[in-house]
Design a protein around this ligand. Structure first.
Ligand SMILES: [Zn+2]
Length: 114
């Protein structure tokens, strides 16, 4: 399961950060998730609830997920458009010479700790 790997990766990063900054408890974590990243937020939340129990510093940490919209750029007409609605085809000029600009990322945006 892809999502569980991400959960472990995020927790590891936060544990390292907590050690560096001498944090006692992490209260919440905000993740930015690209709309076409292929990650299912529900699975991420389930994995999170299970995985944080194993980490004393994280056991009460809430997971907040913010979705980043997917945007593609057209190499032919230079415009951008919503990837989810239009896929690989530019709605302005019908070209398929397009690249995904945002929407495939997964970032740790914010952490609340004490
Ligand atoms: Zn175009």
């Amino acid at each position: 399961m892809h999502e569980l790997g991400i959960v472990f990766h995020v927790i590891k990063r936060l544990e390292n950060l907590a050690a560096e900054q001498n944090l006692q408890q992490i209260q919440s974590v905000t993740l930015e998730l690209g709309e076409v990243s292929g990650v299912v937020p529900e699975f991420l939340e389930d994995g999170w609830k299970w995985a944080v129990k194993k980490s004393p510093i994280m056991e009460n940490a809430a997971l907040k997920i913010e979705t980043l919209p997917a945007v593609s750029f057209c190499n032919v007409c230079g415009k951008t458009y919503g990837t989810v609605e239009n896929g690989k085809t530019c709605p302005h000029c019908k070209s398929e010479d397009t690249v995904l600009q945002t929407g495939n990322e997964m970032n740790i945006k914010e952490i609340e700790a004490c």
